[in-house]
Design a protein around this ligand. Structure first.
Ligand SMILES: [Ca+2]
Length: 288
């Protein structure tokens, strides 16, 4: 009897401890969800269906946007709320505030979209729903300008800060889905699963904010000139240096062999006139 009693006591104590730890974990999880930028847990996706805007943000959640490119071709854009996040990684990390909500392309710009606007398709790996590649930065900017005229709103390349903010989707981990490179294949076409070609957009899992192929498939041009300001102190709506020689590209491509190429913080660059088969772009749009 004594032994059974002791066991009963032990079970009661264990249950109590489990409850307390469980409550503490839940409480901690709850505070992480509302934590400021830098928390490792993803906050709610900034969509019209998500929770109310965080404290301090007076902007209402905009609706998803579909642009008409003509000929039955459209482009979907996801609303991204204003917010703060830690941009970059390691020694090169800074707090960045994006003070205005914006739209981000749900997918990389496809060849059908590019052709509808530019009347040409320079891609090496042909397919109407594959991302356009072999486009220079200048051509990506020209596409955005022409689409702006067509759509009647300001379509542009995302700034590097906007790109990383949208890629992280509230996370502060190496990748938008965590730190485990073994999970990369669920979210990205990369050098070890792509068969050395691009793939139709939107086949892999999206990030927490509903954006596809931010990592892999084609690397993506950003608006910024490459500069040395990356990582220096807090910044509000950074858009890179005023001039430069190189333009930023982000996200890695189907052609990279190292997982390091797909880190959210990884920043690369190239000359704006250069065209390579592993790089394309996606558009952002300013709210009216
Ligand atoms: Ca990509």
């Amino acid at each position: 009897m004594k032994t059974r009693s002791e066991r009963t006591c032990a079970l009661v104590v264990c249950a109590a401890l489990a409850f307390l730890f469980g409550a503490a974990w839940c409480s901690d999880s709850g505070s992480q969800a509302a934590a400021p930028a830098g928390a490792r847990t993803a906050p709610a996706a900034p969509t019209a269906a998500s929770k109310p805007a965080p404290a301090g943000s007076k902007a209402a959640a905009p609706a998803e946007l579909t642009l008409d490119l003509g000929g039955g071709v459209t482009m979907k854009m996801a609303p991204i709320r204003a917010g703060k996040f830690m941009m970059g990684g390691g020694m090169f990390q800074r707090e960045v505030t994006l003070s205005k909500p914006f739209y981000m392309g749900v997918y990389e710009v496809t060849q059908a979209q590019y052709e509808a606007v530019m009347g040409a398709n320079p891609s090496r790996y042909k397919g109407p729903t594959n991302p356009v590649e072999s486009v220079s930065w200048d051509e990506a900017a020209e596409f955005s300008k022409k689409l702006s005229e067509k759509a009647g709103r300001a379509v542009r390349l995302p700034t590097e800060a906007e790109w990383e903010y949208a890629c992280r989707a509230g996370t502060q981990t190496a990748f938008s889905f965590g730190d485990d490179p073994l999970a990369l294949g669920d979210y990205a076409w990369h050098g070890r699963n792509s068969g050395d070609t691009t793939h139709p957009v939107g086949q892999k899992k999206p990030n927490a904010w509903g954006l596809f192929d931010m990592l892999g498939n084609v690397a993506e041009w950003c608006a910024d000139w490459k500069g040395d300001s990356f990582g220096k102190g807090p910044a509000k709506d950074p858009s890179g240096p005023a001039t430069g020689d190189l333009r930023v590209q982000r996200g890695g491509s189907f052609f990279n062999s190292s997982a390091d190429a797909y880190r959210c913080a990884r920043s690369e660059s190239d000359y704006p006139a250069n065209r390579i088969f592993s790089r394309g772009f996606r558009c952002a749009a300013t709210l009216p």
